[in-house]
Design a protein around this ligand. Sequence first.
Ligand code: FAD
Length: 381
Amino acid sequence: MKAEINKEVDIAIIGGGVAGCTAAIALAGSYNVVLLDQTDSPPKRIGECLPPATRRILKQLDLLEGLDSTLRATNQSQHLKHIGTQSYWGNEQAYIVDLLRNPDGFGWHLDRQAFEIYLREAALKRGVNCFWPAKLQSANFEDHRWSITATAQDKGSNDPLYHFKAKFVIDASGRQSHFARKIGIGRQQYDKLISCWLTLPNLEANKMSTISASEIGWWYSSPLPGNKRILALQTDPDLIDRSTLNDVDQFFRLAKTNREMATLLQRNSSAIGIHQTVAANSTRLNQVAGQQWVALGDAAMSFDPLSSQGMFNAMANAIQLTELMMESDPKSILKAESLKEIQTSYTHQLDRIWEHYNRHKRMYYREEMRWKDSAFWKRRH
Ligand SMILES: Cc1cc2nc3c(=O)[nH]c(=O)nc-3n(C[C@H](O)[C@H](O)[C@H](O)COP(=O)(O)OP(=O)(O)OC[C@H]3O[C@@H](n4cnc5c(N)ncnc54)[C@H](O)[C@@H]3O)c2cc1C
């Protein structure tokens, strides 16, 4: 027989990634929050570069010290300093953005998995009711509340059944936007960008991130904690053979046709870590907020990795949402006027971010004209 857990809460957050955890931590002092994630611990994933401005958010949430103290405790850098980026974009000269003069200081090359574990642990410590693995199964609006069910696995298993009645739901389930999809909200895809990435031992002294354009897309490489390096190609799926994506030797041969990647890989070792291909396209929910719910982070809108802003945006969104929810009496989230105000202001804020993002994206892609007749660049000019 299935064990059942029933709870009445103020806010249910679906997804314990960067967005969900940040929102849970920010809201925990004022609301009774439940946080669900389908995985029992964060998986290894791409996306390790955290920009310096995140320091302000981490400080505001009292998370900065803890992040740095893990370094002191182990006397080893769990996360590396991000000192800057060299881009070969538009011509063969390096354009260097050096973070030395950034008013917020350096950024980080995160151990992404360790960072997400840190956020999950912080949510638990701040009194958030956390359940993982707990995968969203259904969401129905009944009697002014959301009725949410989740199980550890897909339906049909004997794992516990979680049942929550929530006044408000935050969909932080990433690009799949599971909650929004279940309630019938569509998602617009603006391109088909994919990223094929792998990790390998780092034998290079260069500590900067490197971006280098090529005819079929652009390459990215940067050092990772633990003497590793990431190598990633961003392209469109119809412009590359599946076999090149799946076969490490073919992928390396292709990487070495790019001058900057060839330099970085000169002394490469063949010991490959993870090797995956993931969606990296710009997408957006047709509606980012509705009746007692909002979508946050990638669930609301996902960015081209050229922006390197996904995590920062997820965290900044969470703070904006929390501020909107705190503006009036925190316990008034069920009042119609407060809810309407949150929905309108939040949608407006996200519209502005989306507009700004698209303007910058167009501008950056137009700066690369060396292959203006090739399909990848034509689609983006
Ligand atoms: C190739 C690539 C490179 C990137 N590089 C960077 C970078 O350098 N810097 C940066 O800032 N950003 C980067 N990003 C973007 C960044 O990774 C995302 O913006 C960020 O992960 C968004 O966080 P999130 O919490 O919104 O979503 P996610 O990280 O996707 O988290 C969603 C969570 O929801 C859970 N979940 C999903 N469905 C359910 C369900 N049904 N029930 C319960 N739980 C569920 C998942 O298990 C997951 O833990 C990159 C992205 C790509 C594709």
